[in-house]
Design a protein around this ligand. Structure first.
Ligand SMILES: [Zn+2]
Ligand SMILES: [Zn+2]
Length: 345
């Protein structure tokens, strides 16, 4: 027993060490192509608070670094405050380039305002939001342009618009989005973006934009976005963006070079050790006697004890009887209401 507990403990420690080591942020060598610095970017990232996400602004920056992103835009819903905190933290911590951004979210359109300084109101037409973004020196990108947002992009808005998201996680889960989003992108020559619309679940940088810039400063990235100097890949390798840069990237194997690697051997070792260690602790027990058979029997005995009607109505609040009580409730329509009440509470 004792040896078993020791082995389980060592396995758990090995899982912890291997997992931590395997999870460190990659150090990417800068990619140079045709005189450009090629930067991996994700320009649609939400942070806690105010933007329905789980990561703090500093957690967002650290996660971007862990995912090998050189540049991100933090795009709070109708707010730039959180992005400014993220930019400050990244500068202090030597993290990726952070563009202060906003997702201008109105009922008729969603628009990314990248490289702005103060909040752009959603209570205006898409065309005037674009004009305001430009007046602040920013770049205006149509976010996940599904057909229901198309009417907002009238002639004037289309003239001003700098680019559109053409690769977004939604295209992999909704056939309609898969058709509509590339269709919007084809409306005029514009900057192609691939963004993850990160809300704290799924990997940040799942969809990304390769920016061909002169350097990794915010100014250079914004200039490259204005000039359409991007390449975006779907997961099967289909490319969008500036045709010259798409072929330059193909000649240099950008897609293959930057392909998302699998979890790696060390991550599998960590997972295997973790599962074996936890199983070992379960089998050999955390305390002196391992699993206490007496306790198990006592529990089983208690389960079989007939219940008084009063106990039934307690439903989910009676400790350890949830499953059994639910079964009884299902057979007794009169008590279903009270169980539902208890659930609501
Ligand atoms: Zn949106
Ligand atoms: Zn969003």
């Amino acid at each position: 027993m004792r040896v078993g507990r020791w082995i389980s403990g060592v396995l758990l420690l090995a899982a912890f060490v291997a997992g931590t080591y395997a999870d460190r942020a990659p150090r990417n060598a800068p990619i140079m192509m045709g005189g450009y610095r090629v930067l991996a970017g994700d320009f649609h990232i939400h942070s806690f608070p105010l933007s329905w996400s789980t990561l703090s602004p500093w957690g967002t920056v650290m996660e971007a670094q862990r995912q090998g992103l050189d540049v991100i835009a933090m795009t709070g819903h109708n707010d730039v405050w959180v992005a400014k905190v993220g930019r400050w933290f990244s500068r202090a911590a030597g993290g990726p380039t952070v563009l202060v951004g906003e997702e201008v979210v109105g009922p008729k359109y969603h628009m990314l305002a990248l490289g702005i300084d103060h909040t752009v109101s959603w209570r205006q037409s898409a065309a005037s939001a674009i004009a305001e973004i430009h007046a602040q020196g920013g770049v205006a990108i149509a976010a996940h342009p599904l057909a229901r947002y198309w009417p907002a992009f009238d002639e004037e808005a289309m003239r001003g618009l700098d680019g559109a998201e053409v690769v977004h996680p939604i295209i992999y889960v909704r056939a309609k989005a898969r058709r509509e989003i590339p269709q919007f992108y084809a409306r005029k020559p514009m900057t192609a973006l691939g963004d993850s619309d990160y809300h704290g679940v799924g990997p940040m940088g799942l969809c990304r934009t390769y920016v061909f810039a002169t350097d990794d400063s915010a100014g250079a990235v914004l200039q490259a976005l204005r000039e359409g100097h991007t390449v975006v890949y779907e997961r099967d390798g289909r490319a969008y963006g500036d045709p010259e840069l798409v072929s330059l990237a193909a000649q240099n194997g950008l897609f293959e070079k930057t392909g998302r690697a699998g979890p790696g051997r060390l991550v599998n070792v960590s997972g295997g050790c973790g599962i074996a260690g936890l199983l070992g602790w379960f089998v050999f027990g955390l305390g002196k006697g391992g699993v206490d058979k007496g306790k198990v029997l006592k529990c089983e005995g208690r389960k079989e004890r007939p219940r008084r009607p009063a106990e039934k109505s307690k439903g989910f609040t009676t400790e350890g009887t949830e499953v059994e009580t639910a079964g009884e409730v299902a057979e007794d329509p009169a008590s279903q209401g009270s169980a539902a009440e208890a659930w609501r509470k």
